[in-house]
Ligand binder design. Sequence first.
Ligand code: XMP
Length: 526
Amino acid sequence: MTQIAHHDRLLIIDFGSQVTQLIARRLRELNVYCEIHPYQNVTDAFLADFKPRAVIFSGGPDSVTREGSPRPPQSVYTLGVPVLGICYGQQVMMQDLGGQVEGGKISGGGGTAEFGRAYVTPADQTDPFLNGWFAEGREQVWMSHGDHVSRIAPGFEVYGTSPNAPYAITADPKRHFYAVQFHPEVHHTPNGKTLYENFVKLAGFKGDWTMGAYRAEAIAKIRAQVGDKKVICGLSGGVDSSVAAVLIHEAIGEQLTCVFVDHGLLRQDEAQEVVTMFRDNYNIPLIHADEQDLFLGELEGVTDPEVKRKTIGRLFIDVFQKHANTIEGAEFLAQGTLYPDVIESVSFSGGPSVTIKSHHNVGGLPEKMGLKLVEPLRELFKDEVRALGRELGLPEKFIGRHPFPGPGLAIRCPGEITRAKLEILRKADAVYIDQIRKHGLYDEIWQAFVAILPVRTVGVMGDGRTYDYACALRAVTSVDGMTADYYPFTHEFLGETATRIINEVEGINRVTYDITSKPPGTIEWE
Ligand code: XMP
């Protein structure tokens, strides 16, 4: 069996900052492998097993002056590896190692709480931690703290100060402990990446976390996990499940069968494209489950968005299970779970958040079917999945695709779903996407689609009256789909696209452009 290479790992202990994931992003960009774990899970035994080459303490909303506030196990300071504390992490370090932290006053009276942009000037420039810093005398940083360090711990020196943070950068150079009051991982600390780069160099990371290495390791891991058993993979045609399927196929070949459920709510030619790519190009055994009649039948007359979503989710699980049961001896279910889905966030607020939309997923399915999970993308961020897809030779068209929701066109067809409306929607969507591609805008946009509206309006074409559907074009920019802005197309583009849709798509005589951002809107219409 192939030996699984073991990478040097960096451990990020999460104290609940909103931006902990950004620390991981910065490190991955430096080709350093890291994992985020909530502080509650990091015990002495965990540390001994994880064997980090370096540790970073994230920021967090609590106050170290509070009895019972979050702490790492004290053995982290005797591992003999470099530690970097950020914001709350800095205060944890100081408090643990014999310094002092005080609550800041937010306004007036010489308060030292600081929120927003600040400038740090150097107090010492010789440590390699500061390589590439202070070239222009000062550095812009992003501060966001209520408490402040009032006395640094023994062994620490001051490396940088800001008007409100005399201990903006401190270090114990002997032990390679570094502590900064600001957030080097955010965009508003423009040179922050350099500090991470210096830190990982000091810790001896080689920067060998590449997609080539990942591919080889992931294949070895899949083989070790699966042995000679069979795996089922639900394929949606999206990037994540496609990359997972090709990777697993490379690892175990014919032991993998993909199941592609066509619910009749896919875009124009989508089903055919998926089938051709996987069955014909990759030779991956594929069950094409044409279940359009079932889904569209059950959705007949349904207009409530949540009922639509729940109906599709329930049918999807039933159908998937039915087809999966025909694969004899399958013991594993492959899923394209990504790292952001895996990170256990530290919740300080408690209480469930409001359900805006029930997302379509197959959670609960593995237990129900008695299957074990294979999740080869669990350690990757979305852009890393794309990089892996390229490494595996998937066509750019698949890799760069806009996200497409599980319930498909159902949630782009407010009101009742009919086959006729879906057909009109597919055609309009194809023209719109064609326009976007022709104008070279596809990659600038996070997601673009047409929604067919449940109203018909009067128009005039030639000499005749028309009474057809109105549609809305949607295009947004976003980083993660959590927030979004509408895309600022030119009027020329919008005018040209509206003309093409009305001319080329029978059934539509009015085109509108949706200029709602998220929040207060959502990306999809339902
Ligand atoms: P909203 O509409 O909530 O969408 O702003 C945010 C992102 O999530 C996608 N989306 C889904 N993806 N299953 C999915 O896999 C779903 O049920 C689902 N609903 C929305 C949406 O397309 C956008 O990218």
